[in-house]
Design a protein around this ligand. Structure first.
Ligand SMILES: Nc1nc2c(ncn2[C@@H]2O[C@H](COP(=O)(O)OP(=O)(O)O)[C@@H](O)[C@H]2O)c(=O)[nH]1
Ligand SMILES: [Mg+2]
Length: 323
């Protein structure tokens, strides 16, 4: 398939082409970058929601329920389940897939699971590109589920407009307790499994913690009680998510964050490209190996050599561009 056809299919919202592009992103196919650059202008419309929290707290069930709610409200939905432990087609997500089956025949829903192993640019980079592909395909809402067990849930704030942190009753001191670092990234708290004892106590605990937060801005994260099994509290959660987006727009936060993200992304890409160009250039230069040997023998120091090599490269690069 030609890139232009692939891009056309993604922009038309066709499932097959979207799945294909996501596989290319996953496999770090160089053609994916070309497609991503072509679709970029068509992104930026979806409300991206991150959902993180301890394993078993009900994230996948909440995502499934929210999907139903959004479909009722006439919105299309994309879902990405990021599992840091299992490879892409691993068994851990099978349960999620079965649960999502009620939506699997719905053309307004697109579901994808991602393993976080084997991404050179990191899981955040790959996830961000996959979100973009789904965004370009015209989905109104994109939900990203990550397990609260490492770097991924902190990286989710770079991608999501709204971060939901889930917890369950009675998880105070045991291993289910949400780490402080995750609490700080929450825009909305969900205390799921409200049918279990201790749900109200959990709300009190989170509120007490929020009262102590010195860095809170204009938005105080609301706490929503849900029973994701029955769907109780899910419409309220969808309302709070919408309210948060309204806040982001009206406070100017959305625009500010968009600029910040564009700056960071551009700088990361430039850094990567520059380094690649420089290293390619050096690989063909015989002096490079001898410079390394000199550093190892203490005949030269890496600080001076780095500065010299970059200066030489830039001079040559500028000359080459000018020709
Ligand atoms: N009692 C109860 N169980 C729930 C609720 N929500 C989810 N569960 C169950 O909790 C288990 C873990 O849910 P899952 O959505 O896979 O959690 P995840 O690991 O955070 O994605 C499943 O067996 C769900 O059926 C709830 O509100 N109440
Ligand atoms: Mg899950």
């Amino acid at each position: 398939m030609k890139i232009s056809e692939l891009v056309e299919g993604v922009l038309a919202g066709r499932r097959r082409e979207l799945a294909r592009l996501i596989s290319m992103i996953e496999n770090e196919d160089p053609a994916a970058a070309e497609a991503l650059s072509l679709i970029y202008k068509h992104t930026g419309h979806a409300h991206i929601i991150g959902i993180t929290g301890p394993p078993g707290s009900g994230k996948s069930t909440i995502v499934t329920r929210l999907t139903g709610e959004y479909r009722k409200r006439g919105k299309t939905v994309g879902i990405i389940a990021v599992d840091p432990s299992s490879p892409f087609s691993g068994g851990a997500l099978l349960g999620d897939r079965i649960r999502m089956q009620e939506h699997s025949l719905d053309k307004g829903v697109f579901v994808r699971s991602m393993g976080s192993r084997g991404h050179l640019g990191g899981i955040a980079r790959a996830t961000s590109d996959v979100v973009r592909a789904i965004d370009a395909s015209g989905k109104d809402i994109i939900m990203v589920e990550t397990v609260g067990a490492g770097q991924s849930e902190v990286e989710i704030i770079d991608i999501a407009h709204t971060v939901i942190v889930t917890d369950v009753p009675g998880s105070g001191d045991d291993i289910q307790a949400i780490k402080a670092g995750i609490m700080e990234i929450a825009d909305i708290f969900v205390v799921n499994k409200k049918d279990l004892p201790g749900a109200d106590k959990k709300v009190v605990e989170i509120n007490a913690m929020l009262d102590l937060d010195q860095n809170m801005g204009m938005w105080r994260p609301p706490i929503v009680l849900t029973n994701a099994r029955t769907g109780e509290g899910i419409p309220e959660l969808a309302d709070k998510i919408e309210e948060h987006m309204k806040y982001l727009i009206e406070s100017g936060t959305l625009e500010k964050k968009g600029l910040q993200r564009s700056r960071e992304e551009l700088e990361q890409l430039m850094e990567y490209r520059l380094t690649q160009e420089l290293l390619t250039h050096l690989q063909n230069s015989p002096e490079y190996e001898s410079a390394i040997r000199k550093i190892a023998k203490r005949d030269d120091d890496p600080y001076t050599v780095a500065q010299r090599l970059i200066a030489e490269f830039l001079a040559e690069y500028t000359q080459r561009e000018g020709e």
